[in-house]
Design a binder for this molecule. Structure first.
Ligand SMILES: Cc1cc2nc3c(=O)[nH]c(=O)nc-3n(C[C@H](O)[C@H](O)[C@H](O)COP(=O)(O)O)c2cc1C
Length: 139
């Protein structure tokens, strides 16, 4: 069964480009093998990741992620059956905390800070809808 999971976590320390490269490298390598696609956002020290794929494969990955000391406070914000993949061409896309993306992060935040932990499911889904629509300038 095809599902999407959205979770948030906090980076446990300041992560440099080498850390991000390592995370994306492992993601792209493992996810294409496991049939997982999605997008990873990092803004103000908070990760927000959408994973889509087989329900069991997504659960297996989530349990592996929980053991990664580069982040903490992981919380599942949305888990839903989906009729089709929307990030099918992304084994894991990164939406970085660039100045040009700041508006996108803030558009869906109630406060001045990016706070996915406080977002409703509908807001989270709208956020990722917009990520998809803007894929050209976010990549
Ligand atoms: C925020 C965050 C997101 C991650 N996303 C993924 C992912 O989508 N897929 C993945 O395989 N590893 C991901 N990782 C890395 C895993 O925790 C783990 O380090 C990696 O899967 C180990 O792969 P390896 O055994 O091939 O080195 C992520 C790590 C962090 C901190």
């Amino acid at each position: 069964m095809l599902v999407q999971m959205i979770y948030a976590s906090r980076s446990s320390r300041v992560l440099g480009p080498a850390d991000i490269k390592d995370i994306l490298g492992a993601s792209q390598r493992n996810n294409s093998r496991a049939g997982i696609t999605g997008a990873l956002c990092l803004h103000n020290g908070i990760f927000l990741q959408l994973l889509e794929g087989d329900r069991t494969a997504v659960n297996v990955l989530y349990h592996r992620l929980l053991k990664d000391s580069r982040h903490r406070d992981a919380a599942i914000l949305d888990l839903a059956e989906i009729p089709f993949r929307r990030f099918g061409t992304w084994s894991m896309g990164l939406i970085a905390s660039l100045e040009s993306n700041r508006q996108l992060f803030l558009k869906y935040s109630a406060s001045a800070d990016f706070d996915p932990y406080g977002m409703s499911t509908a807001t989270l889904r709208s956020f990722f809808d917009e990520v998809l629509q803007n894929v050209r300038w976010l990549e």
